[in-house]
Design a protein around this ligand. Structure first.
Ligand code: ACO
Length: 321
């Protein structure tokens, strides 16, 4: 049966590095606290780089690796919560920057789950025979949405982008799974511009990220193992068959806890948040590209991608490489 194969990967991170010590100069924190609670050592912070610039760089690399011309892309999906504009959407900006003149493009908003939701959406289009080639990008510049006086959130995030090119093929995505729980929306939020009322002289206000860290932690360590088990059961695949679990890079303690709950060896959970922090929509494709370029993935390897984040939302994809 026709499915969706990842045929190229790419990534981009801004040049500016902010270490934990750098952050300790602006909020009351320290390297030891951040590392021991999160596994994060440094992150990249965009200066001149825009969301669409990072996304387009990652997309170009993925197309180059796949040997696919931009004109052959049918669909561009950008997973982001921090686009450059309310409109045009970021996918249209990517289209313009890479010259994918024949593609339709739009953004998918599911925070740190966005990339998995976007990949699953591209798979649905390909499996239905509507499109053949899609570019799925995750990119976020959360540094512009953070409250840089709130040490509980500002130390956790970084900016970055990753991309994959997917194509109709006879092996690739084996199964997909997605969930949302809007009743828990309040535990991780970033307000949009409020309704100003210019007739009454009231200007719109901008929102910043707020998070109940412990609730997010509890949610992730419960729901991620659950969805992975559901996905594997539905697709008659055992945990032992999985070469790697490529999880959203929020926090190393979450990853350790998920591994423990699944009774899976921690060496199957690659991580790079030490260098990039939590790049939200960018984190899974950024890690996947790193693994791919290091030669960690061989044809036939089965991997699980799993994202979780605001919404609340969580999702997973079972892929044969
Ligand atoms: N530096 C130093 N101290 C801090 C910092 C900091 N950066 N941040 C909080 N503290 C303090 C708190 O003020 C508190 O002090 P108090 O006891 O005097 O009140 C103390 O540390 C403990 O605070 P907690 O919030 O209880 O710390 P906890 O051990 O829960 O760790 C953390 C906080 C790391 C945020 C944890 O809850 C966590 O990892 N949650 C998951 C968060 C996450 O990954 N979010 C993103 C996922 S979804 C997405 O990607 C969008």
């Amino acid at each position: 049966m026709m499915t969706t194969r990842i045929v190229g990967t790419g990534a981009y991170v801004p040049e500016q590095i902010a270490t934990n010590d750098d952050l300790a100069r602006i909020v009351e924190t320290n390297d030891e606290w951040i590392r021991s609670r999160t596994g994060i050592g440094e992150r990249r912070i965009a200066t001149t780089e825009t969301n669409s610039y990072m996304a387009a760089q990652a997309a170009k690399q993925a197309l180059d690796q796949a040997g696919i011309a931009p004109e052959d892309v049918d669909l561009i999906l950008l997973a982001t919560s921090s686009p450059d504009y309310c409109f045009p959407n970021g996918a249209c900006e990517i289209q313009e920057q890479i010259g994918a003149v024949n593609a339709a493009g739009y953004d998918i908003s599911a925070a740190c789950t966005g990339f998995v939701f976007a990949l699953n959406t591209a798979h649905a289009f390909i499996q239905a025979g509507i499109y053949r080639t899609a570019l799925v990008v995750g990119a976020d510049v959360l540094s512009k949405l953070l409250d840089w006086t709130d040490r509980g959130t500002c130390v956790l995030f970084g900016d970055g982008a990753g991309a994959v090119v997917v194509q109709a093929a006879d092996r690739g995505v084996i199964g997909v799974k997605m969930h949302s729980d809007g009743t828990k929306g309040g535990v991780l939020t970033c307000g949009s511009r409020t309704n100003g009322n210019f007739l009454l002289g009231k200007k719109p206000e901008l929102g910043y990220m707020t998070m109940d860290g412990q609730e997010v932690f509890k949610f992730a360590v419960k729901k991620v193992p659950e969805i992975i088990k559901e996905l594997l059961e539905e697709n008659r695949t055992s945990l032992q068959e999985i070469r790697y679990f490529v999880l959203h890079q929020a926090n190393y303690r979450i990853i350790e806890s998920v591994a423990k709950r699944l009774k899976a060896d921690i060496s199957k959970f690659p991580a790079n948040m030490e260098r990039y922090g939590n790049t939200s929509g960018g984190s899974i494709p950024l890690l996947l590209d790193e693994m791919n370029r290091k030669g960690m993935l061989a044809p036939g390897d089965k991997i699980v991608l799993s994202g979780f984040g605001a919404g609340l939302t969580w999702g997973a994809t079972l892929v044969e490489w």
